[in-house]
Design a protein around this ligand. Structure first.
Ligand code: ADP
Length: 408
Protein backbone atom coordinates (compact mmCIF):
# COMPACT_ATOMS: atom_id res chain seq x y z
CA UNK A 1 0.00 0.00 0.00
CA UNK A 2 1.17 3.50 -0.74
CA UNK A 3 0.46 7.16 -0.96
CA UNK A 4 0.36 9.05 -4.27
CA UNK A 5 1.68 12.60 -4.49
CA UNK A 6 1.31 14.91 -7.44
CA UNK A 7 3.38 18.08 -7.26
CA UNK A 8 2.83 20.92 -9.70
CA UNK A 9 1.77 18.43 -12.36
CA UNK A 10 1.30 19.89 -15.83
CA UNK A 11 0.22 18.28 -19.07
CA UNK A 12 0.17 19.87 -22.50
CA UNK A 13 -0.80 17.47 -25.30
CA UNK A 14 1.17 17.64 -28.56
CA UNK A 15 -1.75 19.43 -30.25
CA UNK A 16 -1.43 22.21 -27.66
CA UNK A 17 -4.34 21.35 -25.32
CA UNK A 18 -3.30 22.30 -21.80
CA UNK A 19 -5.17 19.48 -20.03
CA UNK A 20 -3.72 19.72 -16.49
CA UNK A 21 -2.36 22.87 -14.86
CA UNK A 22 -0.02 22.94 -11.86
CA UNK A 23 -1.91 20.24 -10.00
CA UNK A 24 -0.94 19.56 -6.39
CA UNK A 25 -2.78 16.59 -4.91
CA UNK A 26 -1.93 13.97 -2.32
CA UNK A 27 -3.81 10.71 -1.87
CA UNK A 28 -2.86 9.29 1.50
CA UNK A 29 -2.14 5.63 2.11
CA UNK A 30 -5.43 3.72 2.10
CA UNK A 31 -7.49 6.75 1.13
CA UNK A 32 -10.11 6.94 -1.63
CA UNK A 33 -10.00 10.28 -3.42
CA UNK A 34 -12.49 11.08 -6.16
CA UNK A 35 -11.45 13.38 -9.00
CA UNK A 36 -14.66 15.11 -10.04
CA UNK A 37 -15.42 17.49 -12.87
CA UNK A 38 -17.25 17.92 -16.16
CA UNK A 39 -16.23 16.11 -19.29
CA UNK A 40 -12.96 17.39 -20.73
CA UNK A 41 -11.67 18.94 -17.48
CA UNK A 42 -8.60 16.66 -17.42
CA UNK A 43 -9.62 13.89 -15.02
CA UNK A 44 -8.62 10.95 -17.21
CA UNK A 45 -5.41 12.70 -18.13
CA UNK A 46 -4.46 12.88 -14.43
CA UNK A 47 -5.16 9.18 -14.03
CA UNK A 48 -3.18 8.30 -17.15
CA UNK A 49 -0.27 10.42 -15.91
CA UNK A 50 -0.25 8.52 -12.62
CA UNK A 51 -0.48 5.19 -14.45
CA UNK A 52 2.35 6.18 -16.77
CA UNK A 53 0.25 6.01 -19.94
CA UNK A 54 1.03 9.68 -20.64
CA UNK A 55 4.22 11.61 -19.99
CA UNK A 56 4.32 14.72 -17.82
CA UNK A 57 4.98 18.18 -19.25
CA UNK A 58 6.00 19.43 -15.81
CA UNK A 59 5.97 18.53 -12.14
CA UNK A 60 6.54 15.28 -10.27
CA UNK A 61 4.63 12.17 -9.26
CA UNK A 62 5.64 10.07 -6.25
CA UNK A 63 4.12 6.73 -5.32
CA UNK A 64 5.06 5.28 -1.92
CA UNK A 65 7.73 7.92 -1.57
CA UNK A 66 9.45 7.01 -4.83
CA UNK A 67 9.54 9.35 -7.81
CA UNK A 68 7.91 7.44 -10.66
CA UNK A 69 7.26 9.92 -13.42
CA UNK A 70 9.92 8.57 -15.74
CA UNK A 71 9.14 4.91 -14.95
CA UNK A 72 7.23 2.80 -17.46
CA UNK A 73 3.69 1.79 -16.38
CA UNK A 74 4.65 -1.72 -15.29
CA UNK A 75 7.18 -0.38 -12.78
CA UNK A 76 4.68 1.89 -11.04
CA UNK A 77 2.78 -0.81 -9.20
CA UNK A 78 -0.64 0.70 -9.90
CA UNK A 79 -3.65 -1.02 -11.42
CA UNK A 80 -6.14 0.81 -13.60
CA UNK A 81 -9.77 -0.10 -14.33
CA UNK A 82 -11.30 1.65 -17.31
CA UNK A 83 -14.86 2.52 -18.20
CA UNK A 84 -14.81 -0.13 -20.91
CA UNK A 85 -13.56 -3.16 -19.09
CA UNK A 86 -12.00 -5.32 -21.77
CA UNK A 87 -12.30 -8.85 -20.46
CA UNK A 88 -11.09 -11.69 -22.64
CA UNK A 89 -14.27 -13.28 -24.01
CA UNK A 90 -12.65 -16.62 -24.83
CA UNK A 91 -11.28 -17.06 -21.31
CA UNK A 92 -13.17 -18.10 -18.20
CA UNK A 93 -13.42 -15.77 -15.21
CA UNK A 94 -10.65 -17.78 -13.54
CA UNK A 95 -8.40 -17.38 -16.58
CA UNK A 96 -9.21 -13.68 -16.82
CA UNK A 97 -8.24 -13.24 -13.17
CA UNK A 98 -5.02 -15.19 -13.64
CA UNK A 99 -4.04 -13.35 -16.81
CA UNK A 100 -2.11 -10.41 -15.27
CA UNK A 101 -0.18 -12.86 -13.08
CA UNK A 102 0.59 -15.07 -16.06
CA UNK A 103 1.99 -12.02 -17.84
CA UNK A 104 4.29 -11.48 -14.88
CA UNK A 105 5.47 -15.08 -14.87
CA UNK A 106 3.86 -15.99 -11.54
CA UNK A 107 3.93 -19.81 -11.12
CA UNK A 108 0.67 -21.66 -11.87
CA UNK A 109 -0.13 -22.77 -8.32
CA UNK A 110 0.26 -19.24 -6.91
CA UNK A 111 -1.74 -17.83 -9.84
CA UNK A 112 -4.58 -20.16 -9.05
CA UNK A 113 -4.64 -19.47 -5.35
CA UNK A 114 -4.47 -15.68 -5.81
CA UNK A 115 -7.27 -15.79 -8.40
CA UNK A 116 -9.45 -17.82 -6.03
CA UNK A 117 -8.64 -15.49 -3.14
CA UNK A 118 -9.62 -12.46 -5.22
CA UNK A 119 -12.78 -14.20 -6.46
CA UNK A 120 -13.77 -14.92 -2.86
CA UNK A 121 -13.27 -11.31 -1.91
CA UNK A 122 -15.43 -10.14 -4.81
CA UNK A 123 -18.00 -12.95 -4.42
CA UNK A 124 -17.17 -14.37 -7.82
CA UNK A 125 -16.39 -17.93 -6.71
CA UNK A 126 -19.52 -19.40 -8.30
CA UNK A 127 -18.65 -17.78 -11.61
CA UNK A 128 -15.04 -18.90 -11.99
CA UNK A 129 -15.85 -21.34 -14.80
CA UNK A 130 -18.12 -18.96 -16.72
CA UNK A 131 -17.10 -16.84 -19.67
CA UNK A 132 -17.66 -13.05 -19.52
CA UNK A 133 -20.43 -13.21 -22.15
CA UNK A 134 -22.59 -15.14 -19.68
CA UNK A 135 -22.23 -12.54 -16.91
CA UNK A 136 -24.29 -9.45 -16.08
CA UNK A 137 -22.74 -5.98 -16.44
CA UNK A 138 -22.15 -5.78 -12.70
CA UNK A 139 -20.49 -9.17 -12.58
CA UNK A 140 -18.25 -8.25 -15.50
CA UNK A 141 -17.29 -5.07 -13.69
CA UNK A 142 -16.36 -7.08 -10.61
CA UNK A 143 -14.21 -9.41 -12.72
CA UNK A 144 -12.48 -6.36 -14.20
CA UNK A 145 -11.79 -5.05 -10.71
CA UNK A 146 -10.64 -8.49 -9.66
CA UNK A 147 -8.21 -8.58 -12.52
CA UNK A 148 -6.73 -5.32 -11.33
CA UNK A 149 -6.71 -6.36 -7.67
CA UNK A 150 -5.18 -9.79 -8.20
CA UNK A 151 -1.80 -8.16 -8.73
CA UNK A 152 -2.03 -6.64 -5.25
CA UNK A 153 -1.06 -3.21 -6.54
CA UNK A 154 0.12 -0.39 -4.32
CA UNK A 155 -2.65 1.80 -5.69
CA UNK A 156 -5.84 1.48 -7.63
CA UNK A 157 -6.91 3.87 -10.41
CA UNK A 158 -10.55 3.78 -11.47
CA UNK A 159 -11.64 5.65 -14.61
CA UNK A 160 -15.44 6.08 -14.62
CA UNK A 161 -15.83 2.39 -13.77
CA UNK A 162 -19.59 2.68 -13.26
CA UNK A 163 -20.67 4.64 -16.30
CA UNK A 164 -21.58 1.58 -18.37
CA UNK A 165 -23.97 0.27 -15.75
CA UNK A 166 -27.67 0.96 -15.40
CA UNK A 167 -28.80 3.16 -12.52
CA UNK A 168 -29.71 0.43 -10.05
CA UNK A 169 -26.58 -1.57 -10.68
CA UNK A 170 -24.48 1.54 -10.44
CA UNK A 171 -25.58 2.08 -6.84
CA UNK A 172 -24.88 -1.57 -6.04
CA UNK A 173 -21.41 -1.67 -7.63
CA UNK A 174 -20.60 1.69 -6.06
CA UNK A 175 -21.24 0.23 -2.64
CA UNK A 176 -19.13 -2.78 -3.55
CA UNK A 177 -16.21 -0.62 -4.64
CA UNK A 178 -16.43 1.24 -1.36
CA UNK A 179 -16.54 -1.89 0.76
CA UNK A 180 -13.73 -3.64 -1.17
CA UNK A 181 -11.60 -0.53 -0.95
CA UNK A 182 -12.18 -0.31 2.82
CA UNK A 183 -11.54 -4.01 3.32
CA UNK A 184 -8.25 -3.89 1.43
CA UNK A 185 -7.27 -0.38 2.48
CA UNK A 186 -5.89 0.15 -1.01
CA UNK A 187 -5.01 3.73 -1.96
CA UNK A 188 -7.49 4.65 -4.69
CA UNK A 189 -7.93 7.48 -7.15
CA UNK A 190 -11.40 7.32 -8.70
CA UNK A 191 -12.48 9.51 -11.61
CA UNK A 192 -16.08 10.48 -12.29
CA UNK A 193 -18.23 13.33 -13.63
CA UNK A 194 -21.09 12.20 -11.37
CA UNK A 195 -21.27 14.28 -8.19
CA UNK A 196 -23.58 11.79 -6.44
CA UNK A 197 -21.01 9.05 -7.01
CA UNK A 198 -18.27 11.35 -5.74
CA UNK A 199 -20.17 12.32 -2.59
CA UNK A 200 -21.05 8.72 -1.75
CA UNK A 201 -17.64 7.19 -2.49
CA UNK A 202 -14.90 9.61 -1.65
CA UNK A 203 -13.06 10.09 1.62
CA UNK A 204 -12.22 13.34 -0.11
CA UNK A 205 -13.22 14.91 -3.41
CA UNK A 206 -10.96 16.94 -5.68
CA UNK A 207 -12.93 19.13 -8.10
CA UNK A 208 -11.23 19.95 -11.41
CA UNK A 209 -12.22 22.55 -13.96
CA UNK A 210 -10.28 23.21 -17.15
CA UNK A 211 -7.31 21.29 -15.74
CA UNK A 212 -7.19 23.36 -12.55
CA UNK A 213 -7.92 22.10 -9.06
CA UNK A 214 -10.82 24.08 -7.63
CA UNK A 215 -11.13 22.61 -4.16
CA UNK A 216 -10.24 19.41 -2.34
CA UNK A 217 -11.75 18.10 0.87
CA UNK A 218 -14.40 15.83 2.36
CA UNK A 219 -17.59 15.90 0.26
CA UNK A 220 -19.69 17.48 2.99
CA UNK A 221 -17.18 20.28 3.44
CA UNK A 222 -17.27 21.04 -0.29
CA UNK A 223 -21.05 20.91 -0.26
CA UNK A 224 -21.44 23.20 2.75
CA UNK A 225 -18.51 25.53 2.09
CA UNK A 226 -17.78 25.59 -1.63
CA UNK A 227 -14.74 27.73 -2.28
CA UNK A 228 -16.23 29.14 -5.46
CA UNK A 229 -19.45 29.27 -7.49
CA UNK A 230 -18.27 26.48 -9.80
CA UNK A 231 -18.02 23.98 -6.93
CA UNK A 232 -21.27 25.38 -5.47
CA UNK A 233 -23.19 24.76 -8.68
CA UNK A 234 -21.48 21.46 -9.58
CA UNK A 235 -22.29 19.74 -6.28
CA UNK A 236 -25.94 19.04 -5.53
CA UNK A 237 -28.85 18.05 -7.71
CA UNK A 238 -29.93 20.71 -8.47
CA UNK A 239 -26.81 22.68 -7.55
CA UNK A 240 -26.69 25.82 -5.47
CA UNK A 241 -28.86 28.70 -6.72
CA UNK A 242 -26.70 31.71 -7.55
CA UNK A 243 -28.04 35.26 -7.69
CA UNK A 244 -26.22 38.51 -8.32
CA UNK A 245 -26.61 41.54 -6.15
CA UNK A 246 -25.00 44.40 -4.32
CA UNK A 247 -23.89 44.19 -0.72
CA UNK A 248 -24.52 47.15 1.54
CA UNK A 249 -24.63 47.74 5.27
CA UNK A 250 -28.04 47.78 6.85
CA UNK A 251 -29.05 51.34 7.76
CA UNK A 252 -29.26 51.76 11.52
CA UNK A 253 -32.63 50.85 12.91
CA UNK A 254 -34.49 53.53 14.85
CA UNK A 255 -35.50 52.46 18.39
CA UNK A 256 -33.85 49.08 17.91
CA UNK A 257 -36.98 47.89 16.11
CA UNK A 258 -36.53 44.51 14.45
CA UNK A 259 -36.27 44.67 10.71
CA UNK A 260 -39.14 43.47 8.57
CA UNK A 261 -37.17 40.36 7.66
CA UNK A 262 -36.47 39.40 11.25
CA UNK A 263 -40.01 40.04 12.37
CA UNK A 264 -41.27 37.92 9.53
CA UNK A 265 -39.10 34.83 9.91
CA UNK A 266 -41.49 31.90 9.48
CA UNK A 267 -42.21 29.49 12.28
CA UNK A 268 -39.77 26.62 12.12
CA UNK A 269 -37.08 28.60 10.36
CA UNK A 270 -33.81 28.72 12.25
CA UNK A 271 -33.20 32.06 13.90
CA UNK A 272 -30.66 34.20 12.11
CA UNK A 273 -27.28 34.44 13.77
CA UNK A 274 -26.78 37.32 16.16
CA UNK A 275 -25.28 39.75 13.73
CA UNK A 276 -27.23 38.54 10.71
CA UNK A 277 -28.99 41.40 9.12
CA UNK A 278 -26.22 43.91 9.60
CA UNK A 279 -25.43 43.51 5.90
CA UNK A 280 -28.00 43.20 3.15
CA UNK A 281 -27.87 42.23 -0.49
CA UNK A 282 -30.05 43.99 -3.02
CA UNK A 283 -30.60 41.31 -5.65
CA UNK A 284 -30.33 42.42 -9.24
CA UNK A 285 -33.76 42.81 -10.82
CA UNK A 286 -35.61 42.15 -7.59
CA UNK A 287 -37.31 44.20 -4.95
CA UNK A 288 -36.40 43.94 -1.32
CA UNK A 289 -33.13 43.23 0.37
CA UNK A 290 -31.83 39.92 1.58
CA UNK A 291 -30.06 39.76 4.94
CA UNK A 292 -26.84 37.72 4.79
CA UNK A 293 -24.98 35.97 7.62
CA UNK A 294 -22.46 37.63 9.84
CA UNK A 295 -19.29 36.91 7.93
CA UNK A 296 -19.40 39.75 5.40
CA UNK A 297 -19.66 42.15 8.31
CA UNK A 298 -16.59 40.58 9.87
CA UNK A 299 -14.88 40.79 6.54
CA UNK A 300 -15.93 44.40 6.27
CA UNK A 301 -14.33 45.14 9.63
CA UNK A 302 -11.09 43.39 8.79
CA UNK A 303 -10.62 44.61 5.24
CA UNK A 304 -9.38 48.13 4.81
CA UNK A 305 -11.29 48.56 1.59
CA UNK A 306 -14.50 47.09 3.03
CA UNK A 307 -16.44 44.25 1.48
CA UNK A 308 -16.80 44.06 -2.28
CA UNK A 309 -20.15 45.57 -3.08
CA UNK A 310 -20.93 43.44 -6.12
CA UNK A 311 -21.52 39.88 -4.90
CA UNK A 312 -23.10 36.55 -5.79
CA UNK A 313 -25.43 35.04 -3.24
CA UNK A 314 -25.62 31.22 -3.08
CA UNK A 315 -28.67 29.43 -1.70
CA UNK A 316 -29.08 25.62 -1.71
CA UNK A 317 -32.52 24.39 -2.88
CA UNK A 318 -33.11 22.70 0.49
CA UNK A 319 -32.37 25.88 2.44
CA UNK A 320 -35.50 27.74 1.35
CA UNK A 321 -39.03 27.65 2.77
CA UNK A 322 -42.19 28.40 0.84
CA UNK A 323 -43.98 30.94 3.05
CA UNK A 324 -46.93 33.31 3.11
CA UNK A 325 -46.78 36.66 1.30
CA UNK A 326 -46.14 38.57 4.54
CA UNK A 327 -42.89 36.72 5.32
CA UNK A 328 -41.48 36.21 1.83
CA UNK A 329 -38.09 37.66 0.95
CA UNK A 330 -38.16 36.48 -2.67
CA UNK A 331 -41.15 35.98 -4.89
CA UNK A 332 -41.61 34.26 -8.20
CA UNK A 333 -43.77 31.97 -10.28
CA UNK A 334 -43.48 28.19 -10.29
CA UNK A 335 -42.54 27.16 -13.79
CA UNK A 336 -42.13 23.41 -13.43
CA UNK A 337 -42.41 20.86 -10.67
CA UNK A 338 -39.96 17.97 -10.61
CA UNK A 339 -41.32 14.94 -8.75
CA UNK A 340 -38.69 13.01 -6.81
CA UNK A 341 -41.02 10.61 -5.04
CA UNK A 342 -40.66 11.66 -1.42
CA UNK A 343 -40.15 15.31 -2.28
CA UNK A 344 -40.47 17.84 -5.06
CA UNK A 345 -38.21 20.37 -6.66
CA UNK A 346 -39.98 23.55 -7.68
CA UNK A 347 -38.31 25.52 -10.44
CA UNK A 348 -39.37 29.06 -9.70
CA UNK A 349 -38.97 31.89 -12.16
CA UNK A 350 -37.51 34.99 -10.52
CA UNK A 351 -37.38 38.39 -12.16
CA UNK A 352 -33.57 38.36 -11.98
CA UNK A 353 -31.25 38.12 -14.96
CA UNK A 354 -29.52 34.75 -15.26
CA UNK A 355 -25.96 34.82 -14.13
CA UNK A 356 -24.67 33.60 -17.47
CA UNK A 357 -26.51 36.22 -19.47
CA UNK A 358 -25.23 38.91 -17.15
CA UNK A 359 -21.69 37.55 -17.42
CA UNK A 360 -21.60 37.65 -21.18
CA UNK A 361 -23.29 41.01 -21.33
CA UNK A 362 -26.16 39.30 -23.16
CA UNK A 363 -29.83 39.97 -22.83
CA UNK A 364 -30.99 39.52 -19.27
CA UNK A 365 -33.12 36.42 -19.18
CA UNK A 366 -35.15 34.86 -16.43
CA UNK A 367 -33.62 32.93 -13.56
CA UNK A 368 -34.97 29.57 -12.51
CA UNK A 369 -34.50 29.16 -8.79
CA UNK A 370 -34.74 25.59 -7.45
CA UNK A 371 -36.57 24.90 -4.21
CA UNK A 372 -36.79 21.47 -2.56
CA UNK A 373 -40.11 20.98 -0.81
CA UNK A 374 -41.76 18.10 1.03
CA UNK A 375 -44.40 16.36 -1.07
CA UNK A 376 -47.67 17.56 0.41
CA UNK A 377 -51.09 17.96 -1.15
CA UNK A 378 -50.82 21.69 -0.75
CA UNK A 379 -47.40 22.16 -2.33
CA UNK A 380 -47.60 24.71 -5.13
CA UNK A 381 -48.02 23.79 -8.79
CA UNK A 382 -46.98 25.32 -12.12
CA UNK A 383 -48.14 28.88 -12.70
CA UNK A 384 -48.59 29.62 -9.00
CA UNK A 385 -47.03 32.75 -7.59
CA UNK A 386 -45.12 31.90 -4.41
CA UNK A 387 -43.09 33.56 -1.68
CA UNK A 388 -39.79 32.20 -0.46
CA UNK A 389 -37.76 32.64 2.69
CA UNK A 390 -34.16 31.40 2.49
CA UNK A 391 -32.54 30.30 5.76
CA UNK A 392 -30.33 33.27 6.28
CA UNK A 393 -27.56 31.47 8.19
CA UNK A 394 -27.13 29.05 5.27
CA UNK A 395 -26.67 31.73 2.63
CA UNK A 396 -23.19 31.76 1.06
CA UNK A 397 -21.66 34.91 -0.36
CA UNK A 398 -19.17 35.00 -3.22
CA UNK A 399 -17.36 37.97 -4.70
CA UNK A 400 -18.05 39.13 -8.25
CA UNK A 401 -15.42 36.67 -9.56
CA UNK A 402 -17.20 33.76 -7.86
CA UNK A 403 -14.74 33.24 -4.98
CA UNK A 404 -16.29 32.55 -1.58
CA UNK A 405 -15.93 35.34 0.93
CA UNK A 406 -17.35 33.24 3.71
CA UNK A 407 -14.36 30.99 4.18
CA UNK A 408 -14.22 29.79 7.77
P1 ADP B 1 -11.96 14.18 -18.80
O1 ADP B 1 -11.43 12.86 -18.37
O2 ADP B 1 -12.18 15.12 -17.64
O3 ADP B 1 -13.18 14.09 -19.67
P2 ADP B 1 -9.57 14.32 -20.45
O4 ADP B 1 -8.46 14.19 -19.49
O5 ADP B 1 -9.97 13.12 -21.23
O6 ADP B 1 -10.85 14.92 -19.69
O7 ADP B 1 -9.26 15.49 -21.47
C1 ADP B 1 -8.80 16.77 -21.08
C2 ADP B 1 -8.53 17.61 -22.32
O8 ADP B 1 -7.42 17.04 -23.03
C3 ADP B 1 -9.67 17.65 -23.31
O9 ADP B 1 -9.69 18.91 -23.89
C4 ADP B 1 -9.31 16.59 -24.32
O10 ADP B 1 -9.86 16.88 -25.57
C5 ADP B 1 -7.80 16.69 -24.34
N1 ADP B 1 -7.15 15.39 -24.66
C6 ADP B 1 -7.33 14.23 -24.01
N2 ADP B 1 -6.56 13.25 -24.54
C7 ADP B 1 -5.86 13.83 -25.55
C8 ADP B 1 -4.87 13.37 -26.48
N3 ADP B 1 -4.44 12.11 -26.46
N4 ADP B 1 -4.38 14.25 -27.37
C9 ADP B 1 -4.78 15.55 -27.39
N5 ADP B 1 -5.70 16.06 -26.53
C10 ADP B 1 -6.24 15.21 -25.62
Amino acid sequence: MADIRLTSVDKVYPGGVHAVRKLDLAIEDGELVVLLGPSGCGKSTVLRLVAGLESLSGGEIHIAGRRVDSDPPDRRDVAMVFQSYALYGHMTVQENLEFPLRMRGVPAAERRSRAVETATLLELTDLLDQRPGALSGGQQQRVAMGRALVRQPAAFLLDEPLSNLDARLRVHVREEIRSIQRKLGVTTLHVTHDQVEALSLGDRIAVLRDGRLQQVGPGQELYDHPRNTFVAAFLGQPGMNLLEGRLAPEPSEPNGEPTAERRSAPAGASPPSETAGSWRVTLTGMEGRLPVPAYPAELGRSATSGPPDSVIVGIRPEDVDVVGAESGLLQGTVETVEELGSERVLHVELPAPTMDATREGGTPARTLFAVRTPRTRTSPGPGERIHLHPRIEKIRVFDAHGTAIDMD
